[in-house]
Every structure is written in structure tokens, then in C-alpha cells.
Ligand binder design. Sequence first.
Ligand code: HEC
Ligand code: HEC
Ligand code: HEC
Ligand code: HEC
Ligand code: HEC
Ligand code: HEC
Ligand code: HEC
Length: 383
Amino acid sequence: MSAWLASAWKSSLRILLATAAIAALLLLLSGMRWSGTAMAGSRTSSSTNATTPAAGCAQCHAEVVSSYSHAGMQHALEPEGSDPVLKSHPSLHAQVGPYSYAIETKGAESTYTVSDGKDSLTLPVRWIFGQHSQTWVLEKDGTFYESAVSYFHREQALAATPGDENLQPQSVPDAIGRKVSQWELLQCFNCHATHATEGEKLTLDRLSLGLGCERCHQGSDQHMQDALHGNFASRPRSLKTMNAEETSEFCGQCHRTWDTVVRNHWHGEADVRFQPYRLANSRCFLGTDRRISCVACHDPHQPESTSVEFYDAKCLACHATGGSHAAAGEVKETALAAAPKTCPVSKTKCVTCHMPKVTLPGGHGVFTDHQIRIVRTGESYPD
Ligand code: HEC
Ligand code: HEC
Ligand code: HEC
Ligand code: HEC
Ligand code: HEC
Ligand code: HEC
Ligand code: HEC
């Protein structure tokens, strides 16, 4: 359980403990996905909703708002009716065991149909999770389901949703997908949307899709109201002062913290998705040093860079020849200032060798190992 979840759910701790084992398993199976090598630039700006509160922020923070409209996290939950993936793949089909699935898009409407050849059931696709790969959360008679099939960006095709491959539905309604409890549903929307919850209540009627500014900058909606009236006293707390450890905790609310992974005993290649955990296990990681924090390599307001050269300067901030410290002003620990070593092999493209790509079990996704290290040929995945 991350620090954030722990505080948000303090009041329901007992229920949580009772369901923790099941929940941990469900979240491991379904919570995090397989976005991997997706290209951030594939999105058109037309899908950005200009009526989001961010439009108000743009009056004063224009640059941030404009770059963020293309960032992955803005699109963690996609709008019904204008999702680029479904628009460009208007007819998706898959067969899983005795059931066939079809996701069809006509105009602004997408439907999810499951059939066993005799009976069939069609539901509207309302909740579209994921910008690159997608899983749909479907509703039937007040019950929510995680779709039995998902769209995979790399294959550009449908296949069984990871974690749900072994479900053996006995009827067409069962074959919609895995039933999702209210508790889990809250978690899904809380990680993929803004204003999705109020206390322990799911507020689907007021949520906004994807991660809006307010999701990370709590109090910024109020700050905007005030700022427009010339009052800047209520501005949200700055996140720029967080060190590497605090940033990992912050991003780990959703990307999972070191603590969460250890306590849930998540092992094997699947834990490559939990970057805060992998990074903390690297010898490069020093909690007090901002040069190894998530935001040193990823501006949360920008699409993720897929250029390997982009990251060279980040490594060289610590591993520069001659032990020079490009960002000396940021080094607080004198121990670290004792120049980390330089590479005997290459002066560029550091991440291609030291942050290898790892394929998830099941083969549907590729992630980048944040446990920065010397990779020896034939070694097994370091857990
Ligand atoms: C604790 C936070 C958390 C919860 C709960 C969660 N997710 Fe996610 N999800 C993430 C993060 C972080 C990523 C991006 C990293 C990754 O792909 O693993 C992600 C990625 C995804 C992706 C792939 C997106 C892409 O563009 O490739 C899908 C699909 C997805 N989640 C669906 C769901 C569904 C459906 C649920 C609920 C049944 C859910 N998630 C619950 C945090 C969460
Ligand atoms: C009328 C102008 C105005 C509007 C509108 C506005 N802000 Fe601000 N914001 C400011 C000013 C001025 C500051 C203080 C700048 C500083 O301390 O560097 C600030 C500070 C912030 C900070 C803290 C930055 C830091 O690191 O200290 C955040 C975060 C922020 N605003 C987010 C938002 C968001 C999100 C919105 C929209 C919901 C918004 N702002 C709307 C003017 C505005
Ligand atoms: C409220 C939950 C949440 C928080 C907090 C969060 N993330 Fe994410 N992040 C997500 C989800 C969900 C996705 C998957 C978006 C998608 O592809 O659909 C994601 C995707 C990403 C991606 C891949 C984006 C791309 O272009 O494909 C990066 C990089 C990332 N997050 C970095 C960060 C960093 C750095 C922080 C901390 C400053 C952070 N995240 C905090 C939920 C979160
Ligand atoms: C996924 C979490 C996340 C989301 C969503 C997010 N921010 Fe930020 N923001 C951060 C973090 C982390 C920092 C500190 C970055 C750093 O340390 O360099 C930051 C810094 C800022 C700052 C101050 C630094 C600067 O670059 O001027 C402003 C202003 C800001 N954000 C505005 C916004 C606005 C406006 C939005 C919505 C369009 C937004 N943020 C969405 C996480 C987020
Ligand atoms: C030293 C640089 C560095 C740091 C620090 C770093 N990352 Fe990354 N990250 C990368 C690289 C390189 C990639 C792969 C980019 C590509 O090829 O698309 C990546 C990719 C990602 C992705 C996309 C999914 C994947 O695994 O390929 C997410 C999400 C992400 N990082 C989150 C984080 C979070 C959260 C933190 C902080 C715990 C963090 N990163 C710290 C370099 C870094
Ligand atoms: C905050 C500073 C910092 C950053 C940024 C950083 N490192 Fe390191 N790195 C260290 C320290 C400290 C060590 C351990 C001391 C040593 O071996 O010199 C280390 C060790 C290493 C090692 C040897 C690990 C081993 O298993 O023996 C490699 C390889 C490495 N770093 C590569 C990288 C690459 C590639 C990047 C960028 C993706 C990077 N580092 C970013 C500080 C950093
Ligand atoms: C072509 C693959 C490759 C690339 C690219 C690469 N390295 Fe290395 N690096 C290695 C290998 C292999 C070793 C181990 C060498 C040995 O032990 O003989 C190593 C060793 C290191 C070490 C440990 C040195 C020591 O004395 O223990 C550091 C630090 C390091 N690399 C950092 C980097 C940085 C920073 C970059 C980018 C500027 C980089 N590497 C680019 C393959 C690479």
C-alpha cells in the first residue's frame, strides 16, 4: 500500500486489511499495464478537451498546459466517442476459447459484443482505459467488468486481458470480463482520472478523464479561482522541492512505491512496471539527490522521450569524465560528490546497455528496467 493510498484510506483500514491479500493480487494482475514502447507523438491535438480546467490555467501557465495536452497521463482515460485508437480501428475481433469478441465503432459510438455463436450480448464502451494499449471497463445492470479482451498497441490487435487469461466463463454474461468490486473500481479511476472519488465514494458523475492538473497539484482549482481575482496566496504547494525519494513516493501513488512492491512480495519480470521500486534498487539511486529523481528524466508535463540520446545528459550529470559535476549546485551529499565512475565502453546511448527493455510474462508489453546497472550476458532478471 503506497503512502498516498494509506492516508486516503485510513478510515477503512480494517476492511482494507481483510481484503488486502485479494486486492493485492487483483491489482497486480490488473492494475498496471503494458504500455512499453509506445510513441507519444501518435496523438492528434484535436482530442484535447479545451473545456477542461487546464484551459483556465493556460492564461498564466501557457507552456505547461500546452505541452501537457500531449502527455500520456493526460490521456490515461480516453473520451467516449473520440478515442483515436478506436477511431482508427473501427472493427476489432478476437476469439478466446468458445467466445468471440467484437469492438465496433460507428461515428461517436463504440460497442463491445461477446457471443458464443448462439447467444450474444452488446454493451456500450464508456470507460476507455489507456492511451496506447486499452482495457475497457463495462457496466451491466450496475455491475462493472474489466473487459475480457484488451487492445495491444504493439500488435495493434485484441487479445485476452493480462491476468484474466485463465477465467473460464460459463455463460455469455460471464464472458464479458472479470467483475470488478467497488473497492477496486475506486482504485482504477483514482489512478486514471481526476475528481473520481470523494472520500470512499466513486463520483463518476463529476470525474474528468485522465490526470488533470488538480490530480497532482491539489488545491490548484481553488488557486485558479483566487488567482483570477488577483489573490496568489492560496497557490498549491510547489512540487519542485521534492528530492528523489519524495518524488518516487509521489509518482509511486500510481506507479507503485518500493514499499508497496516489497510488502506485496511482487517478484519476477512483472515488477519491471514498478519504476520507483526498480530505480531504488539501483546503485545510482540516492534519495536526497534530485539528479536521479523521476522528474530528472521525465517532465510529467511532457510526452515521454523515446530518444536514447535524450537521456545521456541525465547520466552524465553524475558520470561525467573527470568527475566534473555539471549540476554541482544540486549535490547536497558530499559522499556522492566522490565522483561516480565513468564508462569504459561508450560515451553515448547509455540507456541502451544499462536500462534494458524487459518483456512482460505473457509477451504483451515491453518496459524499461529502471534498475540501472551493468548487464552481464546470460544473467537472470535481478529481482
Ligand atoms: C495504483 C494505480 C493504478 C490502478 C489501481 C490501475 N492502474 Fe492502470 N495504469 C497505472 C499506471 C501507473 C499505468 C502506466 C504504467 C503501466 O502501463 O504499467 C497504467 C496503465 C494502464 C493501461 C495501459 C495504458 C497504455 O497506454 O498502454 C491500461 C489499459 C490500464 N492501466 C487499465 C487499468 C484498469 C482497467 C484498471 C482497473 C481495473 C487499472 N488500470 C487500475 C496505474 C493504475
Ligand atoms: C491568473 C494567473 C494564474 C492562473 C489562472 C493560475 N495560476 Fe498557478 N500560479 C500563478 C502564479 C503567479 C504562481 C506563483 C508563481 C511562482 O511562485 O513562481 C502560481 C503558482 C502555481 C503553482 C506552484 C508552482 C511552484 O512550483 O511553486 C502551481 C502548481 C500552479 N500555479 C498550478 C496552477 C494550475 C493547475 C492552474 C489552473 C487550475 C493555475 N495554476 C492557474 C498564477 C496563476
Ligand atoms: C494519479 C496517478 C499517477 C501519478 C501520481 C503519476 N502517474 Fe505517471 N502514469 C499514470 C498512468 C495511469 C499512466 C498511463 C497513461 C496511459 O498511457 O494511458 C502513466 C504514464 C506515465 C508515463 C508514460 C507516459 C507516456 O508518454 O507514455 C510516464 C513517463 C510517467 N507516467 C511518469 C510519471 C512521473 C514522473 C510521475 C511523478 C511526477 C507520475 N508519472 C505520476 C498515473 C500516474
Ligand atoms: C502527474 C502529475 C502532474 C500533473 C498531472 C501535472 N503536474 Fe505540474 N508538476 C508536477 C511535478 C512533479 C512538478 C515539479 C517538477 C520539477 O520538480 O521539476 C510540477 C511543476 C509544476 C509547475 C511549476 C514548475 C514549472 O514548470 O513552472 C507548474 C506551474 C505546474 N506544474 C502546473 C501544472 C499544470 C497547469 C498542470 C495541468 C495542465 C499540471 N501541472 C499537471 C506534477 C504534475
Ligand atoms: C536516469 C533516467 C531515468 C529516471 C531517473 C527515471 N526514468 Fe523512467 N524512463 C527512462 C527511460 C530511458 C525510459 C524509456 C524511454 C523509451 O525508450 O521510451 C523510461 C520509461 C519510463 C516509463 C514508460 C514505461 C517503461 O517502463 O518503458 C515510465 C512509466 C517511467 N519511465 C516512469 C518513471 C518513474 C515513475 C520514475 C521515478 C521512480 C522514473 N521513470 C525515473 C529513464 C529514467
Ligand atoms: C545521482 C547521480 C547518478 C545518476 C543520475 C546516475 N548514476 Fe549511475 N551511479 C551513481 C553512483 C553513486 C553509482 C555507484 C558508485 C559507482 O559505481 O561509481 C553508480 C553506478 C552506476 C553503474 C555501475 C553499477 C554496477 O552495478 O556496478 C552504472 C553502469 C551506472 N551507474 C550507469 C548509469 C547510467 C547509464 C545512468 C543514466 C541512465 C546513471 N548511471 C545515472 C550515480 C548516478
Ligand atoms: C554498448 C553498451 C554500453 C553503453 C552504450 C554504455 N555502457 Fe557503460 N558499461 C558497459 C559495460 C559492458 C560495462 C562494464 C565494463 C566492464 O566491467 O568491463 C560498463 C560500465 C559502466 C560503468 C561502471 C564503470 C566501472 O568502472 O565500474 C558506468 C558508471 C557506466 N558504464 C556508465 C555509462 C554511461 C554514463 C554511459 C553513457 C554515457 C554508458 N555507460 C554507455 C556498456 C555500455
